[in-house]
Design a binder for this molecule. Structure first.
Ligand SMILES: Nc1ncnc2c1ncn2[C@@H]1O[C@H](COP(=O)(O)OP(=O)(O)OP(=O)(O)O)[C@@H](O)[C@H]1O
Length: 243
């Protein structure tokens, strides 16, 4: 499969906070269509900030972020909200499902937010894509943690986003369930050319990605193609020693 188009591009992105806190410093990186990238680094190295800036949830202090051909950094608030809603998917460690709604209703929420009628076929396809076609009428309390995270992923994908950002998506799951969710993400990249960017602390999780980006003190410290849990662990040890 051709995987040439850069879906997300960060150019010299920095994010500074008050009192001299540097969360990101001069980060330039591109994410091409259909690729699955893991972002790793010690605690406080800027991983979540990178994701938030790339997703348009936060504005960098300087630099440029282009998503799906559009420059987020010069975009007004309303256009940015629309782009985030239509072209960007996000999953977090917490599943953030509404407990009173069924899986299908939860998945349909982003469509409602865009003023569209929740299309049952689209919702069904999203649930099928995460292997939960038979759980559409279940409420979150009737689903396992892994299934709830898969509903959250189906919800993030229902608008067919250009990119799916995942911040520690397996952080609240046990080992076996984590593997299921990671295999699902891998499959979405392979079978649907879904671009995925995932923050994780877990070298085994990172090994499901096509490459791993390493951050330390807000700066990029190289990347690792075709990672394995062992190569990721070695790089992380080196990074932590250097910090
Ligand atoms: N709203 C904020 N105000 C001030 N400083 C912040 C803010 N958000 C993040 N920071 C700081 O920016 C740096 C990077 O934070 P970030 O959450 O991106 O790191 P992280 O690598 O995701 O950390 P962790 O692995 O612990 O979740 C940290 O020093 C953090 O304290």
């Amino acid at each position: 499969m051709e995987r040439l188009e850069t879906v997300v591009e960060l150019t010299s992105v920095s994010k500074h906070y008050a009192h001299g806190v540097v969360a990101l410093e001069d980060v330039s990186v591109g994410f091409r269509q259909g690729t699955f990238t893991a972002v790793m680094g010690p605690s406080g190295s800027g991983k979540s900030t990178l994701l938030q800036c790339a997703a348009g949830l936060d504005r960098p202090t300087s630099g440029r972020v282009v998503v799906d051909g559009r420059d987020l950094t010069t975009m007004g608030e309303r256009k940015l909200t629309r782009l985030r809603r239509d072209r960007v998917g996000f999953v977090f460690q917490a599943f953030n499902l509404l407990p009173s709604l069924t899986a299908a209703q939860n998945v349909g929420l982003p469509l409602r937010l865009t003023g569209r009628r929740p299309d049952p076929e689209l919702i069904g396809q999203s649930l099928e894509a995460v292997g939960l076609g038979d759980r559409a009428r279940h409420r979150p309390a009737e689903l396992s943690g892994g299934q709830q995270q898969r509903v959250a992923i189906a919800r993030a994908l229902v608008t067919r986003p250009a990119v799916l950002f995942a911040d520690e998506p397996t952080g609240a799951l046990d080992t076996g369930t984590s593997r299921d969710v990671l295999r699902l993400l891998r499959g979405l990249a392979d079978a649907h050319a879904q671009t995925i960017v995932m923050v994780t602390h877990d070298p085994v999780a990172a090994a499901y990605a096509d490459r791993v980006l390493f951050l330390a003190d807000g700066r990029l410290h190289g990347e690792l193609p075709d990672p394995t849990a062992e190569t990721v662990t070695s790089r992380m040890l080196l990074l932590e020693e250097a910090c």
